[in-house]
Design a binder for this molecule. Structure first.
Ligand SMILES: O=C(O)c1ccc[n+]([C@@H]2O[C@H](COP(=O)([O-])O)[C@@H](O)[C@H]2O)c1
Ligand SMILES: Cc1cc2nc[nH]c2cc1C
Length: 342
């Protein structure tokens, strides 16, 4: 969306006239400015904040070579989300955030009466050590379905959406995507994921370098469909749809940011809608954020995923719009402004 210079000046002026020294609310001021620009109003609102978790399984996980935890943990954690026992449940509840769980392609048939959005593309991706993770038709279906999910959430009145994911081995997909989009050597893109030690990380680098060399990837579609997973392609489609609907998008950790790298090639202005929740402890995330030239709100050493960073950052978005809407100005409160010496 094109925002006029006059509007930006007026919005900044409103922030500057609040009863505080200039800039004293630091990053909250840039956050209020950003949300005001997204909504094109000096009185923005956060309505029905929602986090969507896309869950999917990965063919490579069955080998147990790049992931410390077994593939079954993906479906087990989906049950944990449904039963309210995961970190994301606790943080969403704490901060009054709606939570939606999406089966993007978990290797398990969930019972139909569970609170899970069934968008299953398949029972896990293929192992990209041997063949592309998915077909082009599956890739298209994933984008279509995630776009519809976001559209429905938007229609329910949500204007602020955070994304999370669950998928054993998906740091490997994210590293492959990072290597492709940032043109960096695999060592710079691979980290410990859910807990690999040095030897395990070296092995992961070797395996993923071979995967990268094996496939001739030339564009975003090929990168996403070759390296997967279904949850990452759904994140890609969801990010594009949320930007199209001009929502405020809260970006979580390493895997969500890898989907954003892809989405940015399809929508070059998508960052205007994105707020970065935190810097993940997964080593490649810092370089991704540097590449995007963005500053995350929180630095808590998280490396969990699930959208936990997004859930923790959403109260800051609320605080930012609330100070913009509710804080007194120097004039309204009768507080003296800076003197000439300032
Ligand atoms: O969000 C992150 O930055 C993050 C960093 C490391 C791990 N994860 C989570 O851990 C899982 C993937 O780790 P791995 O080791 O199985 O590739 C997946 O379920 C992610 O949600 C998430
Ligand atoms: C237990 C566990 C919880 C997770 N949540 C997101 N990714 C995860 C990976 C594991 C292994």
């Amino acid at each position: 969306m094109r925002i006029s210079t006059e509007f930006k000046t007026a919005l900044q002026h409103k922030i500057d006239l609040k009863t505080k020294p200039l800039g004293a609310l630091g990053d909250l001021e840039s956050l209020a400015f950003k949300i005001g620009c997204i909504q094109n109003t000096k009185s923005p609102q956060i309505t029905k904040p929602t986090i969507v978790i896309f869950a999917g399984d990965h063919g490579i996980a069955k080998m147990g070579e790049v992931n410390p935890f077994p593939q079954e943990v993906t479906s087990q954690m989906v049950y944990n989300f449904v039963n309210g026992g995961a970190a994301i449940n606790v943080f969403s509840k704490t901060n009054d955030i709606n939570l939606k769980i999406v089966d993007a392609g978990v290797n398990h048939q969930f019972e139909s009466d569970l609170e899970i959005v069934d968008a299953k593309i398949d029972f896990g991706t293929k192992n990209y050590q041997f063949e592309p993770a998915m077909t082009e038709a599956q890739y298209e279906e994933a984008i279509q379905k995630s776009g519809e999910i976001v559209h429905q959430i938007y229609n329910e009145g949500c204007n602020t959406i955070g994304f999370g994911e669950m998928g054993i081995s998906n740091t490997s997909s994210a590293s492959l995507l990072m290597a492709y989009f940032l043109k960096l050597p695999m060592e710079a893109c691979v980290g410990s994921g859910t807990g690999l030690k040095e030897g395990g990380i070296n092995k992961k680098v070797k395996i993923l370098s071979e995967v990268f060399e094996k496939h001739n990837v030339n564009n975003t579609l090929e990168a996403l469909s070759t390296f997967g997973g279904f949850e990452i392609v759904m994140l890609y489609g969801a990010l594009l749809k949320a930007a199209e609907l001009n929502m405020t998008i809260v970006i979580d950790g390493f895997i969500v940011t890898s989907a954003l790298l892809a989405a940015k090639t399809s929508n070059t202005t998508i960052l205007e809608n994105c707020v970065f929740a935190h810097n993940s402890n997964e080593q490649g995330h810092k370089k991704m954020l540097e590449y995007l030239d963005v500053k995350p709100l929180l630095s808590l050493g998280l490396r969990l995923g699930e959208g936990t960073g997004a859930a923790l950052a959403i109260p800051l978005l609320k605080a930012a719009v609330n100070f913009l809407n509710d804080m007194a100005s120097f004039e309204s409160a009768g507080v003296s402004g800076e003197t000439e010496q300032g």
